[in-house]
Design a protein around this ligand. Structure first.
Ligand code: UDP
Length: 408
């Protein structure tokens, strides 16, 4: 593990509204083209939603329409939608790049559109792997610097060798900076062949208002059952590990679980498997599938513990920070960034991934003596407030964008 450059190391002069660092020959504020491959809102898009708040008047280029389009428009961004859908969102994250070959015609058209949009801006900001893959060369051709916000762990658990190598090489060739949300994501990028000097660590940041009501009052309002209740909050996908929680539940009589989230990127078979598994383990009446929700913070405050069961390394895990801010005990798998966020276990319980026995034991202990973890939960909230706020993230990103624009 190597130390990674924090954003403040880049420039002392930038401010969150970009007012003090000017690109030579332009006004004080660089024009940014934010590029997203998807219109669906998962964690990376929620991060971008908060990141663009200080940048009204900038442009967002989306490869496809969706709920995200209106959110960005509502924040004052000018929207440019790719004229023809790319079909890229149907490509699984671990698919071989060769699977994209039949789409080459459409991708070429998209690259031309991106080049035109990039020429009208000072900096291109790609918010995903697919966005970077498609925008990197067009940006370079028209002479605009490109920042890649890498929201993934670029390792063998998530991506094939060819894709990891292609992305890392392309970053070495084209990226002005690569932003990662955690040291775990930085390490994976370097191990994939990415250049360490490109990387800036900007932890994700978010704000969350706590509901003043008691968990009991919230449960009554939300129609949730009384008694021991745990919750899992994330899109349904095999690597998010909801199945491990169902297996653990079979070892925890009397405990109920809310499963919050939907299969956002085509993982419908896994969603069906979770229901079958709950029936097969005899816990179907104790697992409540609530689907995709817009009130995660309130739901979190209503449960006794939040479980973060990912079986593969997490690049960050916004849900961890949300649980910390909600003041609810967390049990998370020790994979990827969880240990960084939970201070090596001081701010939450860490268990090995894919081990329902260990997860069940940790939950049983926590549910039996909730008072025993009260101090740790307070510490977790303080840690989240001091390290993972939205204003800090916006400041760091503005520093970086301004730095890149000033050097261009
Ligand atoms: N989330 C949500 N509604 C749901 C399930 C999840 O709004 O039904 C949110 C959750 O609160 C979190 C984000 O989706 O803010 C997931 O981000 P995370 O970094 O945990 O995972 P990712 O989706 O990026 O892998």
């Amino acid at each position: 593990m190597t130390g990674v450059l924090p954003a403040e190391a880049l420039s002392e002069r930038a401010t969150v509204d970009g007012s003090r660092v000017a690109r030579p020959g332009h006004g004080a504020r660089p024009r940014v083209l934010f590029v997203s491959h998807t219109g669906t809102m998962s964690g990376a898009e929620l991060v971008l939603r908060d990141a663009v708040r200080p940048w009204p008047g900038s442009t967002a280029f989306l490869f496809e329409d969706g709920a995200f389009t209106d959110v960005l428009r509502g924040l004052g961004l000018e929207i440019r939608l790719a004229r023809r859908g790319t079909g890229l969102s149907g490509l699984r994250r671990d698919a071989s790049p060769l699977r994209a070959l039949p789409m080459l015609g459409r991708l070429g058209g998209l690259a031309l559109e991106l080049a035109r949009a990039a020429r009208a801006c000072d900096v291109v900001y790609a918010n995903s792997q697919k966005a970077f893959l498609l925008a990197a060369i067009p940006a370079r051709i028209v002479g605009r610097p490109i920042i890649w916000h890498l929201h993934d762990i670029l390792d063998g658990a998530h991506f094939g060798w060819a894709q990891r190598t292609l992305q890392a090489r392309l970053a070495n060739l084209c990226a002005a900076r690569v932003i990662v949300p955690s040291q775990a994501a930085a390490d994976a990028f370097w191990q994939a062949g990415g250049r360490p000097s490109l990387v800036t660590l900007v932890p994700n940041g978010l704000d969350l208002d706590r509901d003043p009501r008691t968990p009991e009052a919230l449960r009554a309002e939300l129609g949730l059952p009384a008694g021991p209740l745990i919750g899992v909050f994330s899109r349904l996908a095999p690597w998010k590990g909801q199945d491990v929680v169902i297996e653990a539940l079979a070892r925890l009589p009397d405990v109920r679980c809310i499963v919050v989230g939907a299969p956002l990127f085509g993982e419908d078979a896994y969603a069906a498997h979770l229901r079958d598994l709950a029936a097969a383990r005899g816990v179907a009446d104790r697992v409540l599938f609530l689907g995709q929700r817009g009130d995660v913070p309130r739901l979190m405050q209503a449960v006794d513990a939040v479980v973060h069961p990912s079986i593969d390394p997490e690049p960050f895990g916004r849900t961890l920070v949300e649980a910390m801010l909600a003041g609810v005990p967390v049990v998370a798998t020790d994979a990827g960034a969880s240990a960084e966020i939970l201070d090596g276990g001081a701010a939450g319980t860490l268990v090995p991934p894919r081990q329902p026995d260990r997860l069940a034991a940790a939950l049983a202990e926590l549910l039996a003596k909730p008072g025993a973890v009260a101090a740790r939960t307070r510490l977790a909230r303080d840690r989240a407030l001091s390290r993972y706020g939205a204003a800090r993230m916006q400041r760091d990103l503005a520093t970086l964008i301004n730095h890149v624009a000033a050097r261009a």
